[in-house]
Design a protein around this ligand. Structure first.
Ligand code: NAP
Length: 382
């Protein structure tokens, strides 16, 4: 086969073209996603003994694609040393070829992918947590051969069973944000039934899953949104209280007014856990409003990563700041089980054809989206 058309699954599993279509970022055009991400014809990658080549049926859009396109805060091409970058850290697909040492999966299996890669050989990988491995990387961000291409190259440990009740696009949409939120709330913040949990960006990719996890565990999600137009969405997925952040001047520093609003809604209870990923504009308020002995768990900084907060609120009230980054394979497997059982639902807002991958990332960069967006690649209709 010379070339594989989009939107089809070849009859013979394992049959490979030499080249494939991929959304490619190059150093000289880093900037806005709409110009940085362009479709090119590139070679299909070779796989190693413990790797798998997956036919990408659909891919999920994440904020790291925006960072990769911008080349900021760091150029991923500098990290990878590759001549070009194929972004994409979420996918659903069909196992197309397996390396000689792969035992758990075979060509034809329907899978979703988690995005953590590590060496698999060090003490951290084998006793502590693969997230602690010195070679730990996020596939499709810190490595190339991500999911915005007809084929993607991954480590075998990244594969998880695809929930049969989900479409390819739904299945491609949840991994990165859901597994991140799961580790943050379940393993890092040790969220308990009855906790009050303040969720920033509750209608966004991470947030809409975080509020579902709160409901499942029996915690009360206090959902923060940028406009009340998003209220029905967050109520549907489990928000107990809703705050429109546009009523508060959060950028000016820790907002006592925001804290008063939380107490008004909760009957005087501060959040046991604050779910943070916005960074500069919200972090000072997060540290202020968190309950005594509570935890601010943070995995990102959309509005800026240099944080300025009043540390007296932290030490005098004995709060914890917990950093968190994606999840290990065991956490991903446990979390994926809840999707297989129908207890957690992906919230897919829009599906785009492959040719509009850059446009979907631009919508995210401009905060003109809600929930998740997916790109259809080999699934029919592309
Ligand atoms: P997203 O879908 O864009 O959602 C983020 C939400 O944050 C938006 O919906 C927006 O909601 C809110 N927001 C944006 N600017 C804000 C501001 N200035 N103040 C308060 N709220 C603001 O993105 P996501 O997929 O949830 O990811 C969020 C962040 O986490 C990104 O920076 C991403 O890189 C990071 N992340 C890190 C990891 C990790 O493993 N470390 C994993 C996933 C994501 P409203 O406008 O409705 O408030």
């Amino acid at each position: 086969m010379k070339r594989l058309e989009l939107g089809i699954v070849p009859g013979a599993i394992g049959e490979l073209p030499e080249r494939m279509q991929a959304v490619v970022i190059r150093r000289e055009r880093e900037g806005d996603p709409r110009t940085a991400m362009q479709i090119e014809d590139v070679p299909v990658p070779e796989i190693g003994a413990s790797e798998v080549l997956v036919l990408t049926m659909a891919a999920g859009v994440n904020f790291n694609g925006v960072w990769a396109a911008r080349g900021k805060p760091v150029s991923v091409l500098k990290l990878t040393g590759e001549p070009y970058h194929i972004a994409g850290s979420d996918a659903s697909g069909i196992v197309w070829k397996v390396g000689a040492e792969v035992r758990r999966w075979k060509p034809g299996d329907h899978v979703v992918l988690h995005c953590n890669q590590s060496c698999g050989q060090c003490g951290e990988c084998n006793g502590l947590d693969p997230m602690a491995c010195e070679q730990q990387k996020i596939w499709g961000y810190e490595t190339s051969w991500g999911s915005f291409a007809q084929f993607t190259k991954v480590q075998a440990q990244q594969l998880l069973p695809k929930p049969a009740h989900l479409s390819w696009e739904e299945a491609a949409s949840y991994g990165l944000t859901y597994f991140t939120a799961y580790r943050m709330l379940v393993d890092q913040a040790l969220m308990k039934p009855g906790d009050n949990v303040l969720v920033w960006g509750a209608a966004g990719g991470l947030g809409v899953i975080a509020i579902q996890l709160c409901r499942l565990i029996g915690a009360n999600a206090i959902a923060v949104i940028g406009s009340m137009a998003k209220e029905p969405l967050v109520r549907e997925f489990g928000a107990v209280h809703v705050i429109d952040r546009s009523r508060f001047d959060l950028a000016a520093g820790p907002s006592k007014e925001f804290g008063k609003e939380i107490r008004r809604l909760t009957g005087g209870r501060d959040p046991d856990v604050v779910f943070e990923h916005v960074g500069r504009e919200t972090f000072p308020t997060s540290v202020l409003v968190c309950k005594k002995f509570g935890t601010v768990v943070i995995c990102g900084a959309t509005s800026g990563y240099e944080l300025n907060f009043d540390v007296r609120y932290l030490w005098m009230r004995q709060k914890t700041i917990a950093g968190s980054h994606f999840a290990n394979a065991h956490q991903c497997e446990r979390a994926n089980r809840l999707v297989l059982e129908g207890k957690i639902k992906p919230v897919l807002d829009k599906v785009f054809p492959f040719a509009r991958t850059a446009e979907a990332h631009q919508l995210m960069a401009d905060n003109h989206h809600k929930g998740k967006m997916a790109i259809r690649i080999q699934a029919s209709g592309s």
